[in-house]
Design a binder for this molecule. Structure first.
Ligand code: PLP
Length: 470
């Protein structure tokens, strides 16, 4: 399998060559040159597989430059009971006759990003080892992505992580989660500034080509293709665990922000997995809901982006959306370039001419959930099924309910556990969410963090003085 750019300006490359890169050199995103088909017979033969073995099978279509045997070692190391606290890795949790949660948040940081990051950590170490090289991961986080990356990359040979976070602006839980890591290759830098300023420092250092080359600076952001590929696996898992025979269909509802999670569902559906609907749920930041309703894509400015009680979905532009548009316009890179030029010139583009294909051809429907919906849904689900869901998952349940069809299982992707969002849970049900056993006592552990003024030069010097002399 080779990879191309959505904008057509990259010669075909293998998986391991695009693994450590962010954007394609022409500013586009990498996509497999075709979407492989999985036959109904093959699908049936996967019913008894463990999660790790299923991951080897599914990822084997996208990663053809690592042997099947080695790939199997990587998935087995990533998806263990030890890391995910359950033999199933992704448990299914029924809520009602029609609705079931797909439990993607059993990993170390209690959110679905662990699913892809744990695999990424393994494959990074493997590829860096083979190539006898090392990498510096530089990132900024307001909480979630940074901690998932740190837990996945802790102790990995050849990888140093420098994660910038806004000093004093994360929850106690998030701080405890990140700063208690004692691994030598993990560096937490708390910056006296806001998240955007942390992001600006990362951008400044990453665009300094000399610095970037000297330290082999990379990122593990949401556009990384390996993350998308790893997420495809759990759509297959969800289908296999909620059907009995070939041809049965299932719908998925996905709380969405950067369009990474649901893009993996689109890929699974294109591979032939019998998915009926992909239900895209947004919060008040409804850029994507608006697109699937009207055909107009109109990203917002930072000022127009609301801070909501499902914060991981507070996005102004959806960084993975270009990959879906590439498929939507018939994989025509010239058309993608044209659309993104319009976006730069006019701040929006209009694909309403293709609107009828969104649902008919691709299965996409969408809906919005607000703060009031979130609270009500958390309360209702708790009352009716005894299950406590987090605010993001609640957005998914709320929108899913409007699209349930009799006899067709609706799997709602559980993107985080409620323990991470205690304040909203208390607001909804008047009591706090239980903290999973593995995280109890975290608040009492020593923290390892360097507090620093908001200055790119200080961060640069810190990295220079701490980088291993390889
Ligand atoms: C990242 C995240 C999302 C959004 O996922 P995308 O892939 O960006 O669409 C939703 N919920 C939670 C809890 C997240 O951490």
């Amino acid at each position: 399998m080779k990879y191309l750019s959505t904008r057509g300006g990259m010669k075909p490359q293998a998986f391991c060559d695009i693994l450590l890169e962010g954007l394609a050199p022409d500013g586009g995103l990498t996509m497999p040159e075709f979407l492989p088909k999985v036959s109904a017979d093959t699908l049936e033969s996967w019913r008894g597989l463990s999660y790790a073995t299923l991951a080897t099978e599914v990822l084997g279509y996208f990663i053809t430059d690592i042997s099947k045997g080695d790939l199997n070692k990587l998935t087995r190391a990533a998806y263990t009971k030890d890391i995910f606290s359950t033999e199933d890795i992704v448990p299914l949790k029924p809520l009602s006759r029609d609705l079931t949660l797909l439990g993607l948040s059993e990993g170390p940081t209690l959110a679905f990003k662990d699913m892809a990051m744990q695999f990424l950590g393994q494959v990074f170490e493997y590829v860096l080892g083979k190539r006898r090289t090392s990498i510096t991961i530089l990132g900024a986080t307001s909480g979630d992505t940074g901690s998932a990356a740190e837990y996945a990359l802790r102790g990995k040979r050849g990888v140093s992580v420098y994660m910038l976070s806004p000093y004093g602006r994360m929850s106690d839980f998030q701080r405890a989660q990140m700063y208690t890591l004692q691994d030598e290759n993990i560096h937490n830098l708390a910056i006296r500034g806001v998240f955007d300023e942390c992001q600006d420092i990362v951008k400044a250092l990453s665009s300094d080509l000399e610095f970037k080359a000297a330290h082999r600076v990379g990122a593990v952001n949401s556009i990384n293709w390996a993350r998308i590929a790893a997420q495809v696996v759990y759509y297959f898992w969800g289908w296999l665990r909620s059907t009995r025979k070939a041809g049965e269909v299932v719908s998925f509802a996905v709380p969405s922000g950067n369009f990474g999670n649901i893009l993996s569902g689109h890929i699974a559906r294109e591979m032939g997995l019998p998915i009926r609907k992909l239900v895209l749920a947004t919060n008040e930041n409804n850029v994507l809901e608006e697109f699937f309703r009207t055909g107009v894509y109109r990203p917002r400015s930072a000022e127009q982006t609301h801070a909501t009680s499902s914060p991981s979905m507070d996005i102004s532009r959806a960084s993975n959306f270009e990959r879906f548009v590439y498929d939507l316009v018939g994989r025509d890179p010239a058309r993608v370039r044209e659309l993104w030029q319009q976006l730069a010139d006019k701040g929006e583009f209009d694909l309403s001419a293709l609107r009828s294909s969104f649902e008919q051809r691709y299965g996409f429907v969408s809906g919005v959930s607000t703060h009031a919906d979130r609270l009500q849904t958390i309360r209702d689900v708790h009352r009716d099924s005894g299950v406590l869901i987090d605010p993001h998952t609640a957005d998914g349940v709320k929108v899913a309910a409007a699209h349930v069809e009799p006899g067709i299982p609706m799997l709602v992707l559980e993107t985080a556990l409620p323990a991470k969002f205690g304040a909203t849970i208390e607001e909804a049900i008047g009591e706090s969410a239980p903290i999973p056993a593995k995280l109890q006592g975290l608040a009492d552990l020593p923290q390892r963090v360097e507090v620093m003024d908001c200055d790119a030069q200080l961060v640069r010097e810190y990295i220079q003085s701490h980088s291993a002399t390889a």
